[in-house]
Design a protein around this ligand. Structure first.
Ligand code: ZN
Length: 140
């Protein structure tokens, strides 16, 4: 799909917000249908997912404590008629150990986000019946 660059936002998420939920609400409030999201900061008790092809579902990985949000990278597109953020994270603990996955939950301590709106026909996620909601593949 082809897009043109739209608005760019640089923002700090309020402490205590759930990060994926906040990004979904932010996109809805600002009328963002398609966007790229990047971020850094720190989150508490994050839950990340690992999609298992075998069981066709996400395995939930619950982490306890405060983790550096080393990188957050994702996108916003349309799912069930609303903007939906698909986010992946790399998280670091006090020993420098690194964990990561598909971000399901994470209470913000600090989060600085870069959000780049993309303007064009919105990408729409479709439920495939295997717990994955994907865009159509783009033929060459
Ligand atoms: Zn994912």
């Amino acid at each position: 799909m082809k897009f043109k660059p739209g608005r760019i936002f640089l923002l700090r998420v309020p402490e205590g917000e759930d990060l994926p939920e906040f990004i979904n609400k932010f996109a809805e409030k600002r009328g963002l249908r398609t966007a790229i999201v990047k971020g850094i900061g720190s989150v508490r008790n994050p839950v990340v997912g690992y999609y298992s092809e075998e069981i066709k579902a996400y395995k939930r990985i619950e982490l306890f404590g405060t983790f550096e949000l080393l990188t957050l990278l994702g996108n916003v597109s349309i799912k069930d008629g609303k903007p939906f953020a698909h986010l992946h994270v790399t998280l670091g603990n006090a020993n420098g150990d690194v964990f990561g996955g598909h971000l399901m939950k994470g209470e913000v301590f600090v989060a600085e986000l870069y959000v780049q709106e993309l303007v064009g026909e919105p990408l729409v996620r479709k439920d495939r019946g295997d717990n994955l909601s994907l865009w159509d593949e783009e033929p060459l």
